[in-house]
Each structure stands twice: as structure tokens, then as C-alpha cells.
Write a protein that binds this ligand. Structure first.
Ligand code: SF4
Length: 224
């Protein structure tokens, strides 16, 4: 976090989160090598038809030793162009959501279920999800986050292996996988752009994430 960001958070009355872990630049070599190898495997992947229409794969971004890992659905138009998850307007809102709990996108890790963009941003097909999710499983294994935050219905459905509605999934602590990693489901930022009245519920989910990560948050913090 640079001096400007620190001053901004201070002015907002937000206590910046202090990582108990080393900065990304000094992460351990095997982790970095494993992630680099996995990224290369994703870039070569032609397991489903989405490889034919992608500009590039979108692997993930952030701190490989993050406590919090965010998982979305699939790259969109801008993500496909840039090769990074959650850019564009939805990405800007996600950044604001992270700032509301004293984080920024460089201190967390962000990935998607699918690594290639579905045409016209349609929902992922079941066969695409089953072909691709081995990569995400490996990413979670390597990063070992303390908390997973699923962004949107599709991420929640996959990670919880359920078809229940988002309103039933959000607002509570679940667990994921054999390590029983704590998991919270909240709205996808793109949905919140279309339905701003649900930002308050998303903020409640972030407060739950904050409590789960034992972070510091001020009552005045709001998502705008
Ligand atoms: Fe491979 Fe996943 Fe891309 Fe399909 S979406 S080609 S499985 S990386």
C-alpha cells in the first residue's frame, strides 16, 4: 500500500489491515514457481471450446499469500482484453468494496471459476465448469486462504455444490473443501451495478468477512 492509499484510508477513518505474512515480493520460491507453472498450463489449455474465442486466459491476480481469496464467475469483455480479473466498472466497485474493509486488490487474491471468457458474457456451461475448475482447485490449494469470498450466484453454486438462491447463500459462514476453508457468498459487483439497493446487503457480507478475518472496520465505512 503506497503513501497516498494510506493517507486516503486514514482520512476515511479506516484502519489499514496489516498482513501477518511477507509481502508478495518475498513470497517463498516453491509457491511462486508452482503458481507460475499453473498459469502457464492455463495459458496453454484447450480443454473446452472457449479457447477458440478468448483473446487470452485470465489466471488471477493479487497476493499469492493472501488471507482472503475472492472468486468470481468468468472473465468479461475487459478482463479478456487485459488478462486480469475484475477490471472495468465492476472491478472499480469491487475495489471500493475491498476498501470498505481496509483492503485493496493487491493484498487479496482474485480469481474466477472459468479462465476464458464465455461469448457475450453468457453464463458458464456445466461442461466448461467441469473442464476448468481443476485449475481453481489447485490455485486454492497453493494459496491456502483463511477465507474465501464467492462473488455471485454461479461462484456460490460451484463452491458450495448447491443450486440454492443467492439470498439463501449470503449472510452466513459456510465451509469449502476437505480443509473446511471458511466461505462467504455475496453479490457479484456487476449485479450491484444494476441493483444498487443491494449494496447494503453486500456491505453486511463484507462486515461478516471482516469479523471472520479479525480485521478492523469503522461503523462509518459505506459502499458508494
Ligand atoms: Fe481451458 Fe478453462 Fe479456458 Fe476452457 S475455460 S479452455 S477449460 S482454461
Amino acid at each position: 500500500m503506497n503513501a497516498f492509499q494510506l493517507n486516503y484510508l486514514h482520512a476515511m477513518g479506516i484502519q489499514p489491515w496489516q498482513s501477518k505474512q511477507p509481502a508478495p515480493s518475498i513470497i517463498d520460491t516453491p509457491l511462486q514457481e508452482n503458481l507460475t507453472a499453473l498459469r502457464a498450463a492455463v495459458a496453454r489449455c484447450t480443454a473446452c471450446t472457449l479457447h477458440k474465442t478468448r483473446t487470452q486466459t485470465v489466471f488471477g491476480t493479487g497476493n499469492p499469500q493472501a488471507d482472503l481469496m475472492l472468486i468470481g464467475e468468468a472473465p468479461g469483455f475487459y478482463e479478456d482484453k487485459k488478462g486480469e480479473p475484475f477490471v472495468g466498472r465492476a472491478g472499480q466497485l469491487l475495489n471500493a468494496m475491498l476498501q470498505a474493509i481496509g483492503l485493496d486488490r493487491h493484498t487479496v487474491y482474485i480469481a474466477n471459476i472459468l479462465k476464458c471468457r464465455p461469448p457475450n458474457n453468457r453464463d458458464p456451461l456445466p461442461e466448461e465448469v467441469s473442464q476448468c475448475t481443476g485449475f481453481l482447485t489447485k490455485q486454492i490449494e497453493l494459496i491456502q486462504p483463511k477465507l474465501l469470498l464467492a462473488l455471485g450466484r454461479i461462484a456460490g453454486h460451484y463452491l458450495l455444490d448447491t443450486q440454492t438462491s443467492l439470498s439463501q447463500m449470503r449472510g452466513k459462514l459456510h465451509s469449502y473443501g476437505s480443509q473446511a476453508t471458511p466461505l462467504i457468498v455475496t453479490y457479484h459487483p456487476a449485479y450491484l451495478l444494476r441493483n444498487p439497493r443491494d449494496k447494503n446487503k453486500a456491505f453486511q457480507d463484507l462486515q461478516l468477512a471482516h469479523r471472520s478475518l479479525n480485521l478492523t472496520i469503522t461503523p462509518s465505512t459505506r459502499l458508494e
